[in-house]
Design a protein around this ligand. Sequence first.
Ligand SMILES: [Zn+2]
Length: 104
Amino acid sequence: MKQVHVAKHAPEAHLIRGFLESQGIEAVVRGEYLTSGWGELPVDLCSVWVVDEAQFERANELLVDFLKGGFARKFSGERWTCPQCGERLEGQFTACWNCGTTRK
Ligand SMILES: [Zn+2]
């Protein structure tokens, strides 16, 4: 078991766990039910762990790509809006035809 990501909140952790599992990597979320020991103060930091450490490197690479948005972009082909001039562009373009800004 190896920690691959610390999420800000439970939904993020579960999103990432679901993503990894969709890639065939078994993962678990830890931390969401912890309390401080002083009462009901919730611990809102959740971490995502890869069960099989042999898959950690791959999980980490996929996750970096996923968090940068590259993963969604590869498969969605969605339209995007140029951050510079506001031009609406088709998903296959990697730069704005109007002002030349590269798609982030
Ligand atoms: Zn533009």
